[in-house]
Design a protein around this ligand. Structure first.
Ligand SMILES: C[S@@+](CC[C@H](N)C(=O)[O-])C[C@H]1O[C@@H](n2cnc3c(N)ncnc32)[C@H](O)[C@@H]1O
Ligand code: SF4
Ligand code: SF4
Length: 355
């Protein structure tokens, strides 16, 4: 089998993933490429595998990076998905480690594209395993976080065409097409630019994907009533930044602190009652308003009381667009947060990550 002759300096880990907006638009992942539409085909009138996942447009994206080792679009330069040899893995963080194995990862991905084109007789650039579908079930949101389009734009919905809630018929069609082509979906992550639980069809989507043995997780602002169907997911990420009503309200504007804590506590309680394996994770973003040791200690104590599975302190590089809330000043490196956790061992599963 021929290997590419170029030396791979770039690797985009989104090559075998797809991000789908509530209206069916497929952008170049949910980061700097969000506004770049790769393809926007009618979902029901097209075959999800041949006309969307393996469309010429999607194949070009894969081949530009994996065959030619060149940026697909300008936005790649600032995208969290792009690993560049000799550069930091997470370009936004001063303490990030170097990206390693860029050459090997890109070569392995390209080899698998070549193999698929031969064994399946599909055009080069096609994939037969979708490592992740990131699906936006709902574009609208009931909160107004100041680092999000819903917090800064006067009419966020005017930035996208309808529909604003991903229809269940599209969802079923998408999964049925992958089944018909023997294409595996490893997992679906319900997360986009809105609040997933506002789509009333979400429980039916979760059940349908569960019946098809697909791994699933969600990011939610946790301001809605808990639905036991969510326990079919592998993980529920509860986005609750802060451990008091006041601190929480600095970023999660229009959020209801009591509802959010109740959602997370109910999830943990019902998980125990039903024997579900779903991981209940408190995704706590560190901002200058939520990073104090008192706040973090209180969160750890609450995590013990609520009986959740994980408390993840997440370092961000993005605060409010108007600077009213800033990224953390002190808890701004993995080392700093790890040191805090070592000095304050309150909850058994407190961890740190970057967003
Ligand atoms: C746009 S939200 C959509 C999902 C849901 N509405 C929520 O907030 O969880 C997607 C993810 O972005 C995260 N997020 C929001 N603001 C952020 C920020 N300033 N820095 C890093 N992550 C952020 C949320 O916590 C969530 O996990
Ligand atoms: S690195 Fe480039 S090709 Fe990959 S997801 Fe980001 S913008 Fe798209
Ligand atoms: S809850 Fe999520 S989608 Fe809604 S405004 Fe906040 S970050 Fe954006």
């Amino acid at each position: 089998m021929l290997l590419p002759t170029v030396e791979h300096k770039l690797y985009c880990w989104a090559w075998n993933r797809i991000y789908i907006k509530a209206n069916g638009r497929v952008p170049c992942w949910c980061d700097s490429g969000e506004t770049h539409t790769i393809i926007h085909n009618n979902f029901l009138q097209n075959d999800f595998v041949t006309d969307i996942v393996n469309s010429p447009e999607m194949r070009k994206m894969r081949l530009d990076i994996l065959e030619s080792s060149q940026r697909y679009i300008q936005e790649c330069a600032n995208c969290c998905c792009l690993l560049t040899a000799g550069e930091r893995k997470f370009k936004r963080y001063h303490d990030s480690e170097q990206a390693d194995n860029v050459q090997q990862q890109a070569s392995a991905a390209y080899r698998s594209l070549k193999k698929i084109s031969v064994t399946r007789d599909w055009p080069l650039g096609s994939i037969e395993k979708i490592s992740e579908i990131q699906l936006e079930p709902s574009f609208p949101c009931n909160l107004r976080c100041p680092g999000c389009i819903h917090g800064i734009h006067k009419s966020p919905l005017s930035t996208e065409e309808p529909p604003y809630l991903f229809p269940i018929e599209w969802f079923k069609h998408m999964l049925d097409c992958t089944k018909a082509h023997n294409v595996e979906i490893k997992r679906i992550q319900y997360c986009g630019k809105g609040e997933p639980t506002l789509n009333k069809a979400l429980p039916d989507m979760i059940k349908y994907a569960h019946d098809n043995n697909i791994g699933q997780s969600i990011d939610t602002n946790s301001n809605q009533e808990f639905n036991d169907t969510y326990l079919l997911l592998d993980k529920i990420n509860c986005s609750i930044d802060g451990s008091s009503k006041e601190a929480y309200g600095t970023y999660r504007r229009k959020g209801n602190w009591n509802k959010a804590i109740d959602f997370m506590g109910t999830a943990a309680k019902h998980k125990r009652q039903t024997g579900s394996k779903c991981i209940i994770r408190w995704k706590y973003i560190l901002f200058d308003t939520t990073e104090s040791i008192e706040q973090l200690n209180t969160a750890q104590k609450m995590a013990c009381e609520l009986g959740i599975d994980e408390l993840d302190f997440v370092i961000t590089a993005c605060g409010a667009f108007d600077s009213s809330v800033l990224p953390p000043r002190y808890m701004n490196s993995i080392k700093a947060v790890q040191q805090y956790i070592a000095d304050n061992p309150i909850f058994h599963k407190t961890m740190v990550s970057r967003s």
